[in-house]
Design a protein around this ligand. Structure first.
Ligand SMILES: [Zn+2]
Ligand SMILES: [Zn+2]
Length: 612
């Protein structure tokens, strides 16, 4: 059945396939861990009658889940090609493509080394303690043959063991994948000292692989039990997942630097910079677990239509990340709460903090949720070093999406008198677009949704046409109707002026010694109008020398309309400038109960907070 569908998909989507399948197998070795260089061998065998003169090997520009352009090709060195023992001619034809002349051979081999020393959900790390990779940063694909089945053989150093989400037996070193996309959707840990614990929920096996580079404080078993609570809370909402087993690949890196969470089909890769013994790190890791596990359904299976299979020669362009990431953000904090790690007051504080961030953002009236999604290649941990105005012009699709989810959840609960919620939207969409739609491509079951598809499911669930709402709050930049939504559950948003409400738009750069170096100032702010610039060193306000600790306090001795003398250092000179304070620009947000709210609203609130 599946094979039949695959064949059909290949016929329908001929452009990604240039001819009959090739046999493609990868070998990964790591003989010198301290060099941080992985050794990759790719054997390609072509069918008789293949007429192509050359084979192109290509490094992806990026890989799924992280939308910034990574240009993995920059880490490749010592590329070579041969057939049997004869060297083949090859050329680099663009920044990511190596073209090998096959010279009539049906079997060719490409070899290269690739550098990796970042522990993250995007890059790879090889060092004397372990190897960890996702796939796209290591493995080239054969152009025109991404849909072909591939094999992988790993050769670890002595006493290092290999584990990933497709490990079926101890000491497994070989895997087969239906296509390249699925091979690079399977992060892998190779090392001498990781541990594995497991539990079962609804007949499915969950593995918790932990590599700790620091003290665990005896908390590993408690942590595994807490991961299980999250799995139970999320499968209670979604139903039993379709996989047989799922792997949490956890790193407690103890390097004060690395940190990430990345979703995959049958696994997640979560990296904390601290140690498991640290209470804050422990709970931070659990909240990341709550987010990443939700992606099992939202984005890895129920997905925007543009997300897979991918064109790795250009960045992704999807309007749907406010759903894929933003709704996951919403449910991540909700599931953390439902699993019992935070009380209702803490959950509401989290939501209010997100509201504060979005409503304080200079871009909140500039960039819509859809536009934010389209900007993902620039804002999802992009590594560009050039100066941009993204601090002022871009908005997080995580937080905006979280708040859209909050609003829709409460609006649906209110309009259906608690009969339905956003949970129903997610389940219906999963059912329609993943489980029941015919396969649209070779890549994965079902098809992805368009924003219009998703809006239709929301409308059907809410029992009212939501197209206008989407036009205003998703496509447009109109403020979300927080009070409409919150009042359905007897709550309201309260905004108060902060105790030190004036910043004048001054933003202090990240700590850089003791100097008060200005970061990108807020657009159209008092500081900008007064002539301050990014890079200035703030020396004094109103004649008082200022530090990181007292600058805000010193500025807030003044009131709206006051003219404030400010001195800064720029190009080794001291400049005396004046800024005129405008309206307060820092507010506190909190969510509170409406006194004497109707019983109906209180009933809906209880159901919402209890996850019903
Ligand atoms: Zn490791
Ligand atoms: Zn996410």
């Amino acid at each position: 059945m599946i094979r039949l569908l695959l064949a059909l998909a290949l016929t329908l989507f001929a452009p990604s396939q240039t001819g009959p399948s090739y046999g493609i197998s990868y070998k990964l070795a790591m003989t010198h861990p301290a060099s941080h260089l992985f050794e990759v061998t790719i054997d390609v065998s072509m069918p008789p009658g293949e007429s192509t003169a050359f084979v192109d090997f290509q490094m992806p520009m990026w890989q799924p889940g992280r939308y910034s352009v990574a240009d993995f090709a920059k880490n490749v060195q010592e590329f070579n090609a041969r057939s049997q023992n004869r060297a083949l001619q090859w050329d680099k034809v663009d920044d990511q493509t190596w073209r090998v002349q096959r010279q009539g051979n049906r079997v060719i081999t490409a070899t290269y080394r690739v550098f990796g020393n970042d522990l993250s959900g995007t890059y790879a790390q090889l060092d004397t303690g372990h190897a960890n990779y996702t796939g796209g940063e290591i493995f080239m694909y054969v152009v025109g043959h991404k849909p072909d089945a591939v094999e992988l053989h790993a050769e670890p150093p002595p006493n290092w063991r290999v584990v990933n989400g497709h490990t079926e037996r101890p000491d497994q070193h070989d895997w087969k994948y239906p296509n390249y996309e699925l091979m690079i959707d399977n992060p892998t840990e190779i090392g001498p000292d990781w541990t594995v614990d497991d539990f079962k929920v609804d007949g499915k096996t969950y593995l918790v692989v932990i590599h700790s580079r620091g003290d665990e404080g005896g908390r590993r078993h408690a942590f595994v039990r807490d991961v299980e609570k999250i799995v139970r809370a999320e499968t209670k909402m979604w139903g039993t997942p379709e996989f047989n087993s799922y792997t949490f690949l956890m790193h407690f890196a103890a390097d004060d630097r690395s940190g990430d969470g990345m979703e995959h089909l049958n696994s997640t890769q979560i990296i904390e910079s601290g140690i498991l013994a640290d209470r804050g790190v422990y709970y931070a890791a659990l909240s990341t677990v709550a987010h990443e596990f939700f992606h099992v359904w939202n984005v890895k299976r129920l997905r925007p239509i543009e997300l897979g299979p991918w064109d790795w020669t250009r960045p992704a362009a999807t309007r749907g990340l406010w759903i894929a990431e933003g709704f996951t953000q919403y449910y991540g904090i909700e599931m953390y709460h439902r699993a019992g790690f935070e009380d209702s007051a803490g959950f509401l504080r989290n939501v209010a903090d997100s509201i504060a961030t979005i409503e304080h953002s200079p871009a909140t009236r500039l960039m819509s949720a859809e536009a934010s999604s389209m900007a993902a290649p620039f804002i999802d941990r992009a590594s560009y070093r050039d100066r941009t105005n993204l601090q002022n012009s871009s908005l997080s699709y995580y937080l905006k999406g979280e708040l859209i989810a909050l609003n829709l959840d409460l609006l649906i609960r209110g309009r259906t008198k608690g009969q339905r919620s956003l949970d129903d939207v997610m389940r219906r969409a999963y059912d329609e677009f993943y489980l029941k739609s015919p396969d649209a491509t070779y890549y994965l079951k079902g098809r992805g949704y368009t924003i219009e598809d998703f809006a239709r499911v929301v409308s059907e669930t809410a029992g009212t046409d939501m197209a206008g709402w989407f036009a205003k709050h998703v496509h447009g930049v109109q403020t979300l109707p927080y009070d409409d939504a919150l009042s359905a559950v007897g709550l309201r948003l309260v905004r108060t002026v902060a105790s030190q409400p004036y910043t004048a738009g001054i933003v202090i750069d990240r700590p850089d010694g003791q100097a008060l170096r200005l970061g990108a100032l807020r657009s159209d702010s008092a500081a900008e109008h007064g002539g301050l610039q990014e890079g200035d060193i703030l020396l004094s306000i109103g004649g008082t020398p200022v530090s990181r600790e007292n600058w805000l306090y010193t500025l807030n001795r003044y009131k709206q309309g006051d003219r404030v003398p400010v001195s800064v250092r720029r190009f080794h000179q001291t400049l005396d400038l004046t800024i005129q304070l405008g309206a307060p620009d820092l507010y506190n947000y909190r969510i509170e109960e409406i006194p004497n709210a109707p019983a109906e609203a209180r009933r809906l609130r209880a159901a919402w907070l209890e996850g019903n």
